[in-house]
Design a binder for this molecule. Structure first.
Ligand code: DAH
Length: 339
């Protein structure tokens, strides 16, 4: 009897099961009602009285060892089955599909980097703004047409709250919190109540620039913009400034670059003029400095604002503005190389 138990004990450590069926066979063989353990226990009554104590202890030991081993195998099987569920371990490795940055993000980053190299730091402001930061502090007259419902999305229950129509509102946000020297670049999304078409959208993106210090001149503005244009569109790019009007700058100008699609020869994109407009700019109107807490007798500034979609179109010739917000992966994947 003692030999039988010892042989069984030695067996226990060798027990293995690689699947549920094998485990069940082990259970039947050792732990079921007709299994080896039960037989052992049944034969216990034939053990001579003086050996009962020793045999009893051994029998309990084998019972514990068997149950423990069985539970261990059951556990092991459960975890391996879990880990492999749904995994095809025979499959060959395949290339992982990488996403791309959105073309507008690529171009925004390029613009920000160019100005960062000229010492501009990043600033931003809220897209849901108030009338003061978008219009009032930017020297818009109360009856300026841009405030019209036709152009601006207002919040119906709060006439003072609106979706910003330009990033110029960030100029005000920066100036009210800081004194010169100020040198910031502010990219962001803006909203206008436009019918959506290939050429217009109800939201788009702009980058605003603002420089305020003593002795700032229009020449400084022109040189910074020329440097930007050449960095962005290539060293042969030419610029020209045409007089214009914005409420927040005086004098104001619009800047054209030599068409980078035809190199200034004339093509459909530049309407055969050789020039394309890319931004608005000017010297910050003294009223704007004053409204935002900066003394116009001491400080001067220049500002500019451009549309990121426009710059992206020029670089990548995207013909339909709607492509930027449709999230068609075939379009987005075209920018893989630019990432
Ligand atoms: N805010 C103008 C717009 O949305 C763009 C602009 C023009 C910004 C001239 C400026 C500027 O800072 O000086 O059309």
């Amino acid at each position: 009897m003692i030999d039988r138990i010892n042989r069984l004990l030695a067996e226990v450590e060798q027990l293995h099961a690689i699947n549920a069926e094998e485990l069940e066979n082990l259970r039947l063989k050792y732990l079921s009602k007709k299994g080896l353990l039960s037989q052992l226990m049944a034969d216990f009554r034939n053990v001579p009285a003086d050996q009962k104590r020793e045999v009893g202890m051994l029998a309990n030991k084998v019972k514990d060892a068997l149950t423990e081993r069985f539970n261990f195998l059951k556990n092991e099987l459960a975890t391996t089955e879990e880990d492999h569920s749904g995994l095809d371990l025979t499959r060959t490795p395949y290339p992982v599909h990488l996403g791309t940055r959105h073309p507008l993000s690529i171009v925004k980053q390029e613009i920000v980097d160019i100005f960062a190299r000229m010492g501009f730091s990043l600033a931003d402001g809220p897209e849901v703004e108030d009338d003061w930061h978008v219009f009032g502090s930017m020297n818009f007259a109360d009856d300026h047409p841009a405030r019209d419902m036709q152009d601006t999305f207002f919040i119906e229950s709060h006439p003072d709250v609106l979706l910003r129509t330009h990033t110029s509102s960030v100029q005000s946000r920066v100036m009210e919190n800081a004194q010169p020297p100020i040198r910031v670049i502010c990219p962001g999304r803006v909203y206008r109540n436009e019918a959506i078409s290939a050429r217009a959208h109800c939201f788009f993106h702009q980058v605003e620039g603002l420089y305020v210090d003593r002795d700032v001149s229009f020449t400084d503005l022109k040189q910074v913009l020329l440097t930007f244009a050449r960095e962005m569109f290539g060293p042969d790019t030419r610029i020209r400034l045409r007089p214009s009007y914005f409420p927040f700058t005086e004098p104001s100008a619009e800047m054209d670059i030599s068409c980078n699609i035809c190199g200034g020869e004339g093509c459909a994109f530049c309407k055969h003029t050789g020039w394309v407009e890319i931004l608005g700019c000017g010297m910050v109107d003294p009223n704007v400095l004053e409204a935002n807490g900066i003394d116009p007798n001491i400080y001067k500034g220049y500002a500019f604002g451009m549309g990121i979609e426009r710059i992206t179109n020029l670089k990548y010739q995207v013909k339909d503005l709607r492509m930027f917000s449709e999230n068609d992966v075939r379009f987005l994947e075209e920018f893989m190389a630019a990432n």
